[in-house]
Design a protein around this ligand. Structure first.
Ligand code: ATP
Ligand code: MG
Length: 410
């Protein structure tokens, strides 16, 4: 039995030279982490504008291959990947490998698609297609199988990629999730509640290559502990895309009590939000993050009117990214079902933002009123007080091989 190989492809060709290097290295490391319980780190290799993974089992071992397939479908930066075999720069070997990857497949029609990167290979891609096609027809005829070539709409395709020193042959090709490798764009701090929106906002940032640090605020013991438990479960799910997450769990009840003593009911939600931004910025500074992320979507709830977004923004010095700003709830919920956060987010929880806020929060906050109230508040004190009681959790993906934990970079 020969080892199966996975050939990984990525796009984003617009990337500049140096960025490309960072991108490829990150993608390689991320794949190695994602498969760390299956393959050794050095079995994930870069070269020829692709990544090659040598698996410790043959591609006929479908159950194991399925695991690899489902893991790779969560590695951002991959556009597609093929699972097959590697062979030598020799047309006979290529023919045999092509037959092998089609073994156990049921099909009536097939095609052969060759990409010849190595221009020194004596046959061009059309010639390879023809020779391999003819060989396969002959072999299947001898086996009594009725198959024919269909170039337009084949049941299966054999992909042949000829590079400098070897040839990759596979019939199984799968779509990757696209995006950029997590960590290749830098870090962000995501404000994570137990609702539907912020986990999806975090997911979208990871997909664009950001490593996400999570912060959750709670008003325990004035509100229940449920939101904290839910957020921990959400972070666990989201961590499978980035392997390691830091979660800051920050109690804000004391700071909220001080705000309540100084602010009219209608302004409290906005002030809590401004407090949350202040605290998140402090975390971002400490962690070397470049931006904050929220799950806000325009007009969804009272605090998400344009005016209130502007008022909340005004206190920030970091950019606040809102990947869901123009996205409908339906689409957000659809995504939550896809990535597996739906069940958790649909459970009821106490929201710290509704702590003594009344039923009608201000939808069009007034800057002057806010500034007037804030004269009585000392933000630095409130931020430090809240952060000094924060809990920090490190969450690791379940599949990670424990030996490599220390290699996980932030
Ligand atoms: P979500 O579904 O993400 O809770 P939402 O529609 O309920 O969003 P809000 O409750 O107004 O909207 O929250 C807006 C954003 O503020 C959230 O998406 C999240 O980024 C942040 N946020 C709200 N509550 C918390 C919290 N307790 N801890 C951390 N961030 C929060
Ligand atoms: Mg919420």
């Amino acid at each position: 039995m020969s080892s199966a190989v996975v050939i990984c492809h990525y796009h984003e060709v617009a990337l500049k030279q140096r960025n490309r290097e960072i991108f490829e290295k990150k993608l390689r490391t991320n794949i190695a982490f994602m498969l760390s319980d299956i393959v050794k780190q050095n079995m994930v290799m870069r070269g020829y504008g692709r990544l090659k993974i040598v698996l410790p089992f043959g591609f006929e071992e479908t159950e194991k291959v399925e695991i690899v397939k489902s893991r790779l479908s969560n590695v951002f930066g991959l556009t597609n990947f093929g699972i097959g075999v590697v062979t030598a720069l020799d047309i006979e070997k290529i023919c045999e490998a092509s037959l092998k990857v089609l073994k156990n497949k049921t099909f009536k029609t097939f095609s052969v698609k060759t990409k010849r990167q190595n221009k020194r290979f004596p046959l061009n891609s059309v010639e390879v297609n023809r020779q391999v096609g003819a060989y396969l027809l002959e072999e299947f005829k001898n086996e009594g199988k009725e198959v024919s070539v269909d170039l337009k709409n084949p049941d299966v395709s054999v992909h042949i990629e000829i590079v400098d020193k070897e040839v990759y042959v596979y019939a199984d090709r799968f779509k990757g999730p696209g995006g950029l490798p997590v960590g290749s764009s830098g870090k962000v701090v995501s404000l994570l509640s137990a609702g539907f929106d912020s986990p999806i906002a975090s997911y979208m940032m990871m997909k664009r290559g950001a490593k996400v640090i999570f912060v959750h605020y709670h008003s325990y013991p004035y509100t229940s502990y449920d939101s904290i438990e839910q957020v921990k479960q959400l972070v666990k799910i989201l961590t499978k895309f980035q392997f390691h997450s830091k979660l800051f769990i920050v109690p804000i009840a004391e700071a909220q009590r001080i705000i309540v003593l100084n602010a009219p009911v209608g302004l409290r939600t906005i002030l809590y939000r401004r407090l949350m931004i202040k605290i998140a910025e402090k975390i971002a500074e400490k962690e070397g993050a470049e931006a904050l992320v929220t799950g806000e979507s325009l007009g969804q709830v009272a605090s998400q009117t344009l005016r209130n977004i502007r008022v909340i923004n005004q206190i920030a010095t970091f950019p606040i990214l809102r990947p869901l700003i123009g996205i409908d709830k339906e689409e957000i919920i659809q995504k939550a079902r896809e990535i597996g956060t739906y069940e958790i987010s649909s459970q009821p929880y106490d929201d710290c933002c509704s702590f003594l806020t009344g039923r009608h929060p201000e939808t069009w906050a007034d800057f002057d009123e806010i500034f007037e109230v804030e004269k009585k508040l000392n933000w630095d004190e409130l931020v430090d007080m809240s952060l000094s009681n924060a809990e920090i959790e490190n969450v690791y993906a379940e599949f990670l091989n424990k030996d490599i934990l220390e290699k996980i970079e932030d």
